[in-house]
Design a protein around this ligand. Sequence first.
Ligand code: TXA
Ligand code: MG
Length: 343
Amino acid sequence: MARIEPHIIRCGVLTPSDEVLLPAAIALRQGGLVAFPTETVYGLGANALDPEAVRRIFAAKGRPATNPLIVHVPSAATARSLAAHWPDAAQTLADRLWPGPITLVVLRGPSVPDVVTAGGPTVALRCPSHPVARRLIELADVPVAAPSANVSGHVSPTRFEHLAPNILSACRCVVDAGPCEFGLESTVLDVTTSPPTLLRPGAVTRQEIAEIVGSPASVNATAGPHKVRSPGMHGRHYAPRAQVVLVETPAAARDASADNLEADRSDRGKIAFVVQGERSADTIPQAHRTVVMPDDPRAYGRRLYAVLQELDADGMETIVVQLPPDTPDWEAVRDRLRRAALR
Ligand code: TXA
Ligand code: MG
């Protein structure tokens, strides 16, 4: 059976014209899936108020029905209208950080379908800053449920070229506006607890949140009646096909190579090293590919998923990654690397 190709829209980041985006907005309104760029990663969107459309997202990704979705909204006012309770902390954070890469988890209102929240008592809401995402959501005039546009468990796409064939073929429409600015997913913060609980470190740092509403609790420290677990936060995730091996220092990369990688090289196939800083590149052993990553966390985050995608495409079997420092500004990058390395 011939596959129906999605309608592909190419546009600039800053000046998306309504005329160009309209087919994507109509597809959303009609219950179709649309892949679109946000400032973090590409999302796979559907009308959040249409349970059938949302079910198609789960099917396309192979995502367990127990893992709830983020609902994207054009404004804090729309977010509030989808919540049963909108805490002061949510309003304060929205005033300061929206539109932008932070998702707020609140008690869900009655209009949010079960399939979106995986039947849970809360809903995750996010007002993205990407001009294309914003205008698309405004034109569709519905809240848009959108997980990252990858097959479940895999690396999130940060550019159009990294959308998997299965995702593309599930879409009525795909918007290509080039690479994403942040490259790592939004921070997910549960504001049903006091203090709020950081469920997923992300593009907005823990310090930025602390300056606005005080230090957030970490997920393991959460207690009380609203203890909310975030199903997507467990286990292997954000992972390339290759096996990811983490090491703390360039010297450890060398040792890892000497001690075991070299020993069973034929089993491991092609090996890539992902290191930081030009100097460390001299101290690592020969690899099929060596990628030198930036020393700045933002720049590193922007590149990480694209690098993993490219190393997979190059047929690497093992990717040895030198972990960035264990400091707060690297929290999101280290979190994603740890999950990518889980077996
Ligand atoms: O940057 C992002 O957030 C991207 C773009 C497209 O906006 N979206 C994204 O969605 O990363 P997804 O589905 O890949 O990750 C959402 C995470 C999952 O780990 C999910 O478990 C969690 O948010 N989540 C969603 N709803 C939740 C809820 N009600 N309570 C707790 N966690 C929730
Ligand atoms: Mg995801």
